[in-house]
Design a protein around this ligand. Structure first.
Ligand SMILES: NC(=O)c1ccc[n+]([C@@H]2O[C@H](COP(=O)([O-])OP(=O)(O)OC[C@H]3O[C@@H](n4cnc5c(N)ncnc54)[C@H](O)[C@@H]3O)[C@@H](O)[C@H]2O)c1
Length: 388
């Protein structure tokens, strides 16, 4: 699927329709105030974020920015945003705002997020927040020192399907939990080279969702063992033509969650997938968990889940649960963060969790390169979902 087709499908399925579904939940309470918001990066994913942000009652999008000025200009006209800039310096010096939404190339996030925090802005970043755990932790420390908030995508832990699965585990429905598996892949984006360049790769783009879900369900990982490879050495992409692929496009990651629990996550840019980049029609189990008395399978992708199938020793026929999205859509993270800034209502998404997942990704690369198991240092607040 090319960029134009994806943008259209994302807008029709994930963007417009799903965002509209999310609106009642966001708009139900009268907003305390609207958060003046700047969005940097007006490429593909901005087509999913901007409908959500511009229709959120807690948000006023005041400026857009992109190094490709025509993109910022086009999105400003389409979404009726008053100001647009070709560089972050001009954006920070221009129309005042308090919340930056970073939708740029993966490699750019760390520097842009640092600039924004230094300028006193709260930040929502697409994944990853930074390029290394140490850099990400330093950003978080700076944010906390300055009384600012920093969050990162993805928001899979916010879905009702995640909550359902977490509650079944907490209630012991699976018995002694043993193992989990998750996978996410397609044939790879064809619009931008950064997905295939150093610090890009299938793990921060795709596995990041499954890593967030499985660590969210099973707890922080203690050790990582991984194999990563490059299957397609050269690609043709929209912004640079023929390029060499220099970051993994194929990854198998094993996580040790402690107490005998092991999970396996695979991701890649060489996976034939009849649903392409748009996974909203996926209906197979992409995430499964099994224990001594039960099995759970998430229907569809964890970023756009359709339900959870559960079978237990007491009720061994698979039964489908949690089929109502309750307004959840993957692209609403920045809007939820703005709601948090406006009302003080907290999210289940935490920067510590995003940084733990970032550490897993960098440790997986090290494990693959060195041929050994890597111990992890970071952790996050767990369980993520508490109570009924
Ligand atoms: N496209 C998707 O469906 C999708 C979905 C979920 C998450 N994401 C994530 O969103 C991010 C962006 O992906 P995309 O597909 O939109 O990429 P893209 O290439 O379509 O857009 C990125 C935009 O950022 C701009 N940019 C890069 N560096 C900049 C800088 N320093 N200052 C200002 N602008 C800059 C580029 O010019 C480009 O227009 C990535 O982290 C990606 O993993 C994308």
């Amino acid at each position: 699927m090319n960029r134009r087709e994806f943008t259209r499908v994302a807008f029709l399925t994930g963007g417009a329709a799903a965002t509209a579904a999310a609106l009642p939940a966001l708009a139900a309470e009268a907003p305390a105030r609207r958060i003046r918001t700047g969005v940097i990066g007006c490429g593909s994913v901005s087509n999913s974020y901007l409908p959500s942000l511009t229709s959120c009652s807690f948000v006023e999008v005041v400026s857009l920015c992109d190094l490709k000025p025509d993109r910022a200009r086009r999105q400003a006209a389409r979404f009726k945003v008053a100001h647009h800039y070709p560089h972050i310096d001009a954006m920070l010096a221009g129309e005042p705002f308090e919340f930056l939404v970073d939708l740029t190339d993966m490699q750019q996030h760390e520097g842009i997020n640092r600039r924004a925090l230094e300028a006193g802005k709260h930040v929502w970043s697409e994944k990853p927040i930074a390029n290394t755990l140490a850099a990400g932790q330093e950003l978080l420390r700076r944010a906390q020192q300055k009384g600012l908030r920093l969050w990162g995508a993805p928001i899979t832990v916010q879905s009702p399907q995640f909550a359902f699965m977490a509650r079944q585990l907490a209630a012991g429905k699976l018995g002694r939990v043993a193992a989990a598996h998750a996978d996410y892949g397609h044939e790879g984006p064809d619009w931008s080279a950064f997905f295939y360049e150093k610090l890009g790769g299938s793990m921060p783009d795709l596995a990041v969702y499954n890593l967030t879900s499985l660590t969210g369900l099973l707890g922080p990982a203690k050790h990582v063992t991984a194999l990563c490879s490059i299957v397609t050495a050269e690609r043709t992409v929209g912004d640079k033509g023929r390029i060499r692929v220099t970051e993994e496009d194929n990854a198998m990651v094993l996580l040790d969650h402690g107490q005998g629990v092991i999970s396996h996550i695979q991701s890649g840019f060489n996976y034939f997938n009849p649903h392409g980049h748009d996974g909203s029609q996926e209906t197979r189990h992409t995430l499964t968990l099994v224990g001594s008395t039960g099995f759970m399978g998430l229907v569809g992708y964890d970023w756009a889940p359709l339900g959870v199938d559960l079978a237990t020793k007491d009720a061994p026929r698979l039964q489908r649960h949690a089929t109502d999205a309750q307004g959840y859509v993957w692209q609403q993270g920045a809007a939820l963060a703005a709601e948090c800034l406006a009302t003080g209502k907290e999210l289940l998404v935490t920067p510590e969790h995003a940084l733990h997942v970032l550490e897993i990704i960098t440790a997986a690369r090290e494990s693959s390169a060195m041929g050994r198991r890597i111990a992890l240092a970071s952790t996050f607040r767990w369980p993520v979902v508490v109570g009924p």
